[in-house]
Design a protein around this ligand. Structure first.
Ligand SMILES: [Zn+2]
Length: 65
């Protein structure tokens, strides 16, 4: 698990990691089969989602790459 300093909302350091997949997965625009689960860092005290990122960012590279 990646280190996250603390929640900017409540100051808690109890940060957990969640994963969105299935219907919540991010799909690349104009790439029918390119999709990725989303990883989220969540404050376990107030519920704030501190940040989100896709699991496979290379799937979202623009066409000219
Ligand atoms: Zn919090």
């Amino acid at each position: 698990m990646e280190y996250v300093d603390k929640c900017p909302e409540c100051g808690s350091r109890r940060i957990g990691v969640g994963e969105l997949s299935g219907y919540a997965a991010m799909t690349a625009k104009e790439k029918m089969f390119a999709s990725s689960a989303i990883i989220a860092d969540v404050c376990s005290d107030c519920g704030l989602i501190i940040r989100m990122r896709v699991k496979k960012p290379e799937k979202f590279a623009p066409k000219e790459w």
